[in-house]
Design a protein around this ligand. Structure first.
Ligand SMILES: NC(=O)c1ccc[n+]([C@@H]2O[C@H](COP(=O)([O-])OP(=O)(O)OC[C@H]3O[C@@H](n4cnc5c(N)ncnc54)[C@H](O)[C@@H]3O)[C@@H](O)[C@H]2O)c1
Length: 313
């Protein structure tokens, strides 16, 4: 039985990964300071996992977290462009220093591989679509810089220290457990929550900006493949669906599925936001054997159903 550490395991992506590992019968340790995650996200697994309350910015704590671990899924970070615009120093400290602590500790503990949650925001406003891994990064926000630097550190730790790392550039992951009520919430949980309460969703900008929305099961699937695929140490992969959807289309789709005709309200666009984003997933298909398992509409259905069940309860 392999021993896994999931940093940020109380968060949205991390908790789904933890669940998948537990289901496979693996031994799982979670390390999180619950600044944006919640223990509630893994409460149903509490007898099957080891939960450490700790901060990535503290090397001692991270060293304890990696002890006797085979593989690390490094999901812990201060997410969101807007959070990083509000407090770039904090995002830098958690995302860059925290990742460096994790890599140093993993190297010293003889961890077999670190899989890092990178971000499609590294591409910034690069005009080419879909985006392939060969494009030059153009981070357009403090958050994007921090995630990109983490990715560079991963590659360098493979090259310089021989620690196996793989970076996955996530493209707008969505699904159950994503927080809908923070001012920094992602657009899908926000829209669902708003429609659920009979209100009109707010769209920042003209709504023609687009994203490659990726259901959480696809991200989990990609992480499990990236952890064990051979010959990919030091590599970086796009993880998305390769499908471009505008925010206006998304609002329409969710509204239709939730049977509401509430019309969106438009406000100013957000600083640091990129205009379009869509993944070329060819490299992940070829080298990881990755294929999106759940497409946008099916993922939205599952996510809406989860929110409906919670509101019933
Ligand atoms: N969700 C997406 O669409 C998306 C896209 C690109 C990249 N990512 C990356 O994926 C990862 C997971 O994101 P998410 O959407 O699940 O966000 P999330 O906020 O739900 O998860 C992040 C987790 O990290 C924890 N954390 C934050 N600061 C910490 C610290 N100092 N020490 C220990 N733990 C800390 C949080 O409490 C939280 O549980 C992040 O690294 C994020 O940058 C996510």
């Amino acid at each position: 039985m392999a021993h896994y550490l999931v940093t940020g395991g109380c968060g949205f992506v991390g908790s789904h990964l933890v669940e998948a590992l537990v289901e496979k019968g693996d031994r799982v340790r979670v390390f999180d300071n619950c600044s944006t995650g919640k223990t509630e996200n893994v409460a149903h697994l509490k007898n099957q996992i080891e939960l450490i309350d700790g901060d990535l910015r503290e090397l001692d704590a991270v060293q304890q977290a990696v002890a006797n671990v085979d593989y690390v899924f490094h999901q812990g970070a201060r997410p969101s462009v807007a959070r990083s615009v509000a407090d770039p120093i904090l995002s830098n400290n958690v995302n860059i220093n925290g990742t460096l602590n994790l890599l140093v500790a993993a190297r010293d503990a003889g961890v077999k591989r670190v899989v890092y949650a990178a971000s499609s925001s590294a591409y910034g406003n690069t005009p080419t679509l879909p985006r392939s891994e060969t494009l030059s990064p153009q981070p357009a926000s403090p958050y994007a810089i921090t995630k990109y630097v983490g990715e560079c550190y991963c590659r360098v730790f493979t090259q310089v220290f021989g620690l196996e790392t793989v970076a996955l550039r996530y493209f707008n992951i969505f699904g159950p457990r994503q927080n809908p009520t923070s001012q920094y919430s992602a657009v899908i949980p926000k829209f669902i929550h708003t429609y659920l309460h009979g209100n009109s969703p707010t769209i920042e900008g003209d709504g023609e900006q687009s994203r490659d929305f990726t259901y959480i099961a696809n991200a989990v699937h990609a992480n499990l493949l990236a952890c064990h695929a051979e010959g990919i140490a030091g590599e970086m992969f796009n993880i998305g669906c390769g499908q471009q959807t505008s925010i206006n289309t998304l609002a329409g789709l969710i509204g239709e599925m939730m049977e509401t005709d509430a019309k969106p309200v438009y406000t100013a666009s957000r600083p640091g936001d990129v205009r379009h984003s869509c993944a070329d997933i060819g490299k992940a298909q070829q080298l990881l054997g990755y294929e999106p398992k759940v497409e946008l509409k099916a993922g939205l259905r599952r996510t809406i159903d989860w929110f409906l069940q919670r509101s019933d309860a």
